[in-house]
Design a protein around this ligand. Structure first.
Ligand code: PGA
Length: 251
């Protein structure tokens, strides 16, 4: 995979005005013609900004993604948002199983798997986050945790078309302590093995991206690893200038 997939995860940041400023700065610093054949960009934004950002990105390269969704199409689930609602806004991608959702909102491997299944069935591209916590890594359980998280998802799905997997070691998220490129490469290779075993025909095409304290200082080295197809970027994607600098460091 030559083009790198960069997903900006805005988490709970930005309003309509600040999003407009963001893209004004981003595109001023980095005209699309500079990066279009080198990177593919996705902006995972709060629900309230999906329509605004879709409009801003219309006729530009770059796609918008939601940060979560319910696996059912509709029902008495106060506060939830469904796939048809996202599709209605022209959204076709969704981040699922982010560790913050697992940690603060009780999302389990099983609920994440149901969401991935529903997203694929609806023709969405789910960006599925997996990764071990620090204690699990220290106990030598990283492979076991990764295999278990993938097994739960794979029990529910029969195709990997449109699937994207993000390896995000939880200890690296928002801590400034990114995995080393060797650590990331090692786990990405393991994920690739598991994915191609489950999907021998097209598992090799599933993008595997790394997330956790990616910055403009470390992204180039991480992206040089053969097994890493892109990055999921939180903190370093929050300003248009900063994210442009990060993309620029790859060009
Ligand atoms: P971070 O977040 O880049 O701020 O570590 C990554 C993520 O949570 O996806």
């Amino acid at each position: 995979m030559n083009k790198k997939l960069l997903v900006a995860n805005w988490k709970m940041h930005h309003t309509r005005i600040s999003a407009e400023n963001y893209f004004a700065n981003f595109f001023a610093a980095l005209p699309a013609k500079l990066w279009a054949d080198r990177v593919e960009l996705v902006f995972a934004v709060p629900y309230t900004l999906l329509a605004t950002v879709s409009t801003i990105l219309k006729d530009k390269l770059g796609a918008v993604a939601a940060q979560n969704m319910h696996w059912l199409d509709k029902g008495a689930y106060t506060g939830e948002v469904s796939l048809p609602m996202l599709a209605d806004l022209g959204v076709g991608k969704v981040v699922l199983g982010h560790s913050e959702r697992r940690q603060y909102y009780g999302e389990s491997d099983e609920s994440v798997a149901l969401k991935v299944k529903a997203a694929l069935q609806a023709g969405f591209s789910p960006i599925v986050c997996i990764g071990e916590i620090l204690g699990e890594r220290q106990a030598g359980k990283t492979s076991e945790v990764i295999a278990g998280q993938l097994a739960a998802v794979f029990a529910q799905i029969s195709t990997c078309k449109q699937l994207i997997i993000a390896y995000e070691p939880v200890w690296a998220i928002g801590t400034g302590l990114a995995a080393t490129s060797e650590q990331a490469q090692e786990v990405h290779q393991l994920i690739r093995q598991i994915v191609t075993k489950k999907f021998p025909e097209d598992g090799s095409e599933v993008p595997l991206i790394y997330g956790g304290s990616v910055t403009s200082a470390n992204i180039a080295e991480l992206m040089q690893q053969a097994a890493i197809d892109g990055a999921l970027v939180g903190g370093a994607s929050l300003s248009g200038d900063g994210f442009a600098e990060l993309v620029n460091s790859l060009l």
